[in-house]
Design a protein around this ligand. Structure first.
Ligand SMILES: N[C@@H](CCC(=O)N[C@@H](CS)C(=O)NCC(=O)O)C(=O)O
Length: 335
């Protein structure tokens, strides 16, 4: 695990010592947009135009941030329009790689063996963390964007004219509520499990685990009343929560020591997790082997021998009881 410094790969773990035992996630740096005609994106950001064979997605099936984007690709019918390269589950000295024998798909587009090469192809002096997911522009031979929150929004609208898909996972009337939920879920849940798991001071770990379970209790109460986080429609907020929930009992509970409860112990949250897992197309995006091998095998400071636990045995296919709450599926753009 490492980062690029002026285009050179440096093998270095996160610096928690310099932050009083806290893991601080670096913000993504490549933030261009994709729009139907290449007109500027939100906040006037520069943009490239959507095209049928222009983009390629690089993901790890283990990574919850990449997973959100893979789900959006599926729900928005983009699979035929945009190929995907899957990394090896392991992220070790050279960072993410495309080693076929470890379970990577390889990289048919650029033929790179190490994920950081995509960053140096984009900018030979790149400095910063080298993360998945990444959206690659085949026309300009560079990364367009490496922030999953942006990629979800791009996929929600940019290609609609090409696909005819009208589903809207960020509908205008619900945006304020979605943004509010996303902020808290990001801080306490999505990134909260990492802040607990990568903490190197007891009090820091306890602070983040406490905040995480306070939030899970609040989400449990909300989901007792609401079918989905923002109400009756499934939105991006649900996808963002799902990718953490589906990893929780297998990984975050034990590997990151987030073990006050399992998701299975919450009635509404566990049923909600099963409903989302059973949503058409979603189960196919979940690869528990990559998920477990990645976490237990890529963090030697937490799990030095890399032993991958056999359990727990989860049955996400069993019935859920969410029909008792009103649900209207996914919003349509022209609804
Ligand atoms: N802000 C990014 C974060 C992505 C991220 O941190 N991905 C992890 C994998 S789960 C990664 O690639 N980490 C490598 C590193 O931090 O060096 C996003 O949401 O797209």
């Amino acid at each position: 695990m490492g980062l690029l410094v002026d285009g050179q790969w440096v093998d270095r773990w996160y610096d928690t010592r310099g932050n009083d035992g806290e893991f601080v996630r670096e913000s993504a740096k490549l933030r261009d947009w994709v729009t139907p005609d290449g007109e500027p994106g939100p906040d006037g950001r520069s943009s490239v135009s959507a095209g049928p064979d222009r983009f390629h997605l690089y993901v790890s099936l283990a990574c919850p941030w990449a997973h959100r984007v893979l789900i959006m690709r599926r729900l928005k019918g983009l699979s035929g329009l945009m190929g995907v390269s899957v990394t090896s589950p392991y992220m070790l000295k050279e960072g993410w790689t495309y080693e076929l024998e470890e379970g990577s798909s390889g990289d048919p587009v650029n033929g790179v063996r190490r994920h950081y090469q995509l960053y140096t192809l984009t900018d030979e002096h790149y400095t910063g963390r080298v993360t998945v997911p990444v959206l690659w522009d085949k026309k300009k031979s560079r990364i367009v964007n490496n922030e999953s929150a942006d990629l979800m929004r791009i996929f929600n609208t940019a290609f609609d004219e090409l696909t005819g898909n009208q589903l809207d996972l960020y509908p205008a009337p619900l945006r304020e509520e979605i943004d509010r939920i996303n902020d808290e879920v990001y801080d306490r849940v999505n990134n909260g499990v990492y802040k607990a798991g990568f903490a190197t001071e007891q009090k820091v770990y306890e602070k983040h685990v406490t905040a995480l379970f306070e939030m899970l209790d609040r989400l449990e109460a909300l989901l007792e009343e609401r079918r989905y986080l923002a109400g009756e429609y499934l939105t991006e907020a649900d996808i963002r929560l799902f990718t953490t929930l589906v990893r929780f009992d297998s990984v975050y509970y034990s590997h990151f020591k987030c073990n006050l409860n399992r998701i299975e112990d919450y009635s509404a949250l566990s049923s909600y997790l099963r409903e989302l897992y059973q949503w058409p197309g979603i189960a196919d995006t979940v690869n528990m082997s990559h998920i477990k091998r990645h976490y237990y095998g890529s963090h030697p400071s937490i799990n030095p021998n890399g032993i991958v636990p056999l359990g727990p045995e989860l049955d996400l296919e069993r019935p859920h009881d969410r029909e008792r709450l009103t649900g209207k599926g996914i919003w349509q753009h022209d609804a």
